[in-house]
Ligand binder design. Structure first.
Ligand code: SF4
Ligand code: SF4
Length: 512
């Protein structure tokens, strides 16, 4: 049942559900800051989990969350089916992590294992974006975008749909296992498991051609590993989003602790404007105080902000690790304020600085440009710029050389010195290519590819298929009289015989 329909007119409603209100009040009292409680022996270190029945709510932030939920889940479930034509020699799935060829495809980008530094760049950008979000608007990631939040929101929607809204659900839970309750709970768990299964199913589609894997899964012909991963992700989604919910945010996730140490007084956070809300009291009491010209706060202590909170937090007690700043308490309180004819945003995105400024009678200030935000944006721009530059100028060919460790050199019977190398050639283009392999540095160095009979004279030619690597054994022989313990820089060069594009790598030619 939506907030508008329930406890807004508190005295009447409170009478209709005294047990529930008492429950919430005791929970709120339990969550009070420990400074209020004596540090006596016998106070348990572990408090049993209290079941939370978050009430549905309507409002701006709820609508934003629904929109984000639809967009993010749509992207997650549908992306594996998006096609991207890369030609006949590469898969046409737009986003694909292909372990068989060790490639990551992302639309027009193809990342090779040697280019894992792009992943490092992405991780740095992700961390900086998270820090920037935090500097601007607190735990906006947690409240709106985190997968735990999105799936929990979805699971709670199903729970309300099957077991009823807060009051109805809580009442049923006190009535024992009736047939109706069993049917409703059963329907909820079946739906949860279906979503969890789809979530795991969508995940494995990122690692193989999605339409093919769907057919294989449906006909039980998919590899065992696919079923195993679907099983694991079904279990984790069902447990984390269905059962553990706010516990994940409060106890398992490190971000709340990191976030708390990164925030500052200019960051927007969901805040109870105590300067406006206190002293709290009923509508009648507040009206009487105002009539006498005495101060009265706008908070009517209706607990709607607590009732809708998925974390069971009372935001009026100040910042809390349990608050992941979803903004739903803002919607709930706005509804209450509208009903009692007081200005909205008693709970709002606000900064510590502005609360103090308002108390001092000063206008609010919003300082977006600060040292930390400039720093985060600069790092993001720098890393993104570097990645874009390297992507734009990356070569479609590559060469890597490793000198033989043992023996380092060989003296031939005719007095020549021979060194052996393992050379890996990369062809990142989607066409087959032929390369001429040359060596520079050893004046008379003769280069041979072991097993190659196609180029007996001159430099060896090496063919590589599209989007492939090829490892070859290369011998370099010199008849020069080398100085003792010679170590001569030797540059290998692979030159495309059609385009003349080339890749080079340097090692050493060792003498006796
Ligand atoms: S802050 Fe708003 S929603 Fe919360 S108890 Fe006060 S009036 Fe009610
Ligand atoms: S206190 Fe408000 S913003 Fe924080 S988690 Fe609860 S409903 Fe969301």
């Amino acid at each position: 049942m939506a907030v508008e329909q329930t406890l807004v007119d508190r005295p009447a409603d409170a009478a209709s559900e005294p047990a529930l209100v008492a429950l919430v009040r005791s929970a709120v009292a339990e969550a009070a800051p420990p400074a209020a409680a004596p540090a006596a022996a016998g106070v348990p270190l572990y408090a049993p989990r209290r079941k939370i029945y978050p009430q549905s709510v309507n409002g701006t932030f709820r609508r934003i969350k629904w929109a984000i939920l639809v967009v993010t889940l749509g992207i997650y479930y549908l992306t594996p089916f998006v096609r991207w034509d890369r030609g006949p020699h590469a898969p046409d799935q737009a986003v694909l992590i292909d372990f068989s060829t060790r490639r990551f495809y992302f639309f027009f980008i193809e990342i090779w294992p040697q280019e894992v530094y792009y992943l490092t760049g992405l991780l740095i950008i992700a961390a900086m974006v998270l820090f920037l979000m935090n500097a601007l608007a607190g735990r906006v990631w947690c409240g709106y975008l985190c997968p735990q939040t999105v799936w929990t929101d979805l699971f709670q929607m199903i729970e309300r749909w099957t077991e009823g809204d807060r009051r109805e659900h809580a009442r049923r839970d006190t009535q024992g296992w009736t047939a109706e309750r069993i049917a409703r709970a059963g329907a909820k768990h079946v739906l949860w498991l279906m979503i969890a299964w789809w979530t795991g199913g969508a995940w494995v589609l990122y690692f193989a051609d999605a339409p093919t894997l769907v057919k294989q899964l449906a006909t039980l012909q998919a590899p065992f590993i696919a079923y195993a991963w679907i099983g694991i992700l079904t279990f984790t989604t069902y447990s984390l989003a269905g059962h553990m919910r706010e516990q994940v945010c409060q106890y398992m996730c490190p971000w709340p602790r990191i976030q708390a140490s990164l925030t500052d007084e200019h960051a927007l956070n969901v805040t109870y404007r105590y300067d406006r809300g206190e002293p709290r009291g009923s509508v009648k009491k507040a009206a009487a105080l105002r009539a006498k010209g005495q101060p009265a706060g706008d908070c009517i202590d209706c607990l709607q902000c607590v009732n809708v909170c998925p974390g069971g937090v009372d935001i009026r007690q100040g910042p809390s690790l349990g608050c992941f700043q979803c903004g739903l308490c803002i919607d709930a309180c706005d509804t209450v304020m509208t009903k009692i004819g007081r200005p909205t945003r008693l709970i709002a995105y606000d900064t510590d600085v502005n609360i103090k400024r308002r108390e001092a009678g000063l206008p609010p200030v919003f300082k977006i440009v600060r040292i930390r935000t400039v720093l985060y944006v600069s790092i993001i721009a720098l890393v993104a710029g570097l990645m874009l530059y390297t992507l734009a100028t990356r070569q479609a060919e590559g060469l890597a050389v490793i000198h033989d460790r043992n023996p380092i050199y060989v003296r031939l019977s005719d007095g020549a010195t021979r060194n052996g190398y393992t050379v890996r050639l990369l062809n990142k283009s989607l066409e087959p290519r032929r390369f001429l392999l040359t060596g520079e540095g050893v004046a008379d160095g003769l280069i041979e590819v072991v097993g190659d009979t196609t180029s007996p004279m001159g430099y060896p030619r090496v063919e590589i298929g599209p989007d492939q690597t090829r490892e070859i054994r290369v011998l370099v022989t010199s008849y020069l009289h080398l100085p003792p313990a010679a170590s001569i820089p030797l540059t290998f060069r692979a030159i495309d015989m059609e385009t003349r594009r080339q890749a080079a790598a340097t090692d050493f030619f060792k003498g006796p």
